[in-house]
Design a protein around this ligand. Structure first.
Ligand SMILES: Nc1ncnc2c1ncn2[C@@H]1O[C@H](COP(=O)(O)OP(=O)(O)OP(=O)(O)O)[C@@H](O)[C@H]1O
Ligand SMILES: [Mg+2]
Length: 367
């Protein structure tokens, strides 16, 4: 070893330095949080791994920079090698008996809305693809039994899931790194389903359990719109970690978003946050934002309901047409402005799931 004794760098020194790095979300240091792995000191070179709770962590670069800065204060260090990895932790939500949870599936996130046509399916597909692109293991379940549109948006409408005869399980269809299952796969010809209440709940539970999901970090569930009986039973049938409510900027939509939030609170499903869709028009030529509708509805609704606001997605012809063609924007134009917005929203959702920062109103208080 070439370093002299007083320059000898120890693992303890490295850990002491990293104890000064506070995770902005968890408000504790990385060592205490168990996020530092494999510290190896070779002469003056320090190497270690930072294990985040999601590959979609929006603070990844900042955390790496802070680690570099603190370890850099140790005298004699010539080089710092940091490997950033992630292991998603399971969050099965409050009040979900473990036997009801899906084996292998760590987090189930419902995408919901108070009314139809707000872009739930479009947002679900883009979020799922964005999380997969960032390295997460993602599933996408189309639970919209009345109008399944995920197969079209994901470009798999002509495919059917294969069946593992031995296990008697359905294998999800893989597209863009996402495992997809749709209630639409079960009803060729698109005949309208007229299941009601408990039947829906039973069918969906059975359906979920009959799928061989494998290992999934995030299962995104596109729920049918509205807050009626069917939606209620459906939301109850799936062991959700939390729900994301999509709304459009109009005041009217805000009122329906409030209804959707109230429904999940009644069911004791944590509300992860609100996404505003078709929020503003991003001019393709001048790249400036034009607010077609009244502005800030999503943000205001989120504040009033005391839930996080995950961001606003612009109204853009491409978002609609790319989805119609079976390639969500994050896949069709990964370097475009819309992909960037969807990625940011996906990161915030993953972050909220990681933190478990969930608004939870006990049953007795929700009415
Ligand atoms: N940000 C956007 N900009 C432009 N068009 C969009 C945007 N988001 C969604 N759309 C379009 O709006 C229509 C409704 O979207 P989508 O089907 O995703 O909504 P939904 O809430 O799932 O509807 P439903 O209630 O019928 O399930 C689609 O034609 C879609 O392509
Ligand atoms: Mg839909």
């Amino acid at each position: 070893m070439s370093a002299t004794n007083d320059l000898l760098i120890t693992n303890e020194q490295v850990l002491t330095a990293l104890k000064r790095v506070i995770d902005p979300d968890f408000h504790k240091d990385l060592v205490t949080l168990g996020m530092i792995k494999n510290v190896v000191v070779t002469g003056t070179v320090v190497a270690f791994t930072v294990e985040l709770t999601t590959p979609a962590c929006p603070l990844k670069e900042e955390i790496e920079r802070m680690c570099r800065e603190e370890v850099g204060t140790i005298p004699g260090v010539s080089e710092i090698q940091i490997e950033m990895t992630a292991v998603v932790r399971a969050n099965t939500g409050k009040g979900i008996p473990t036997q009801q949870a899906l084996p292998g599936v760590k987090n189930i996130i419902a995408i919901a809305s108070g009314k139809g046509g707000v872009g739930k399916s479009t947002v679900s597909a883009n979020i799922a693809c964005a999380l997969a692109q960032m390295g997460a293991k993602v599933g996408l379940m189309d639970a919209d039994i009345y109008g399944p549109s995920i197969p079209i948006i994901m470009g798999v409408e002509d495919r059917r899931p294969e069946v593992d005869e031995k296990k008697e399980k359905m294998l999800p269809i893989e597209q863009y790194g996402v495992k997809i299952i749709s209630m639409g796969f079960l009803q060729p010809g698109g005949s309208a389903v007229i299941w009601r209440g408990p039947m829906v709940a039973k069918a969906v539970q059975q359906f979920l359990r009959d799928v061989e999901w494998g290992e999934i970090d995030y299962l995104i569930v596109d729920l049918p719109p509205g807050t009626g009986d069917a939606q209620l039973t459906l939301a109850q049938a799936i062991p959700l970690s939390g729900a994301v409510v999509i709304m459009t900027p109009q005041d009217l939509a805000a009122a329906v978003a409030v209804k959707a939030v109230a429904m999940f609170r009644r069911l004791e499903v944590p509300i992860l946050g609100i996404v505003e869709n078709m929020s503003y028009f991003l001019c393709p030529t001048c790249n400036s934002r034009h607010h077609v509708f009244s502005h800030g509805g999503g943000q205001q609704a989120a504040e009033a309901l005391d839930v996080p606001f995950f961001g606003a997605i612009p109204l853009a012809l491409e978002i609609g047409s790319e989805a119609d063609e079976g390639t969500p924007s994050v896949v069709a134009s990964p370097n475009g402005p819309y992909a960037k917005v969807f990625r940011e929203v996906a990161e915030r959702i993953a972050q909220a799931v990681s933190i478990g920062a969930r608004t939870f109103v006990p049953l007795a208080m929700s009415k």
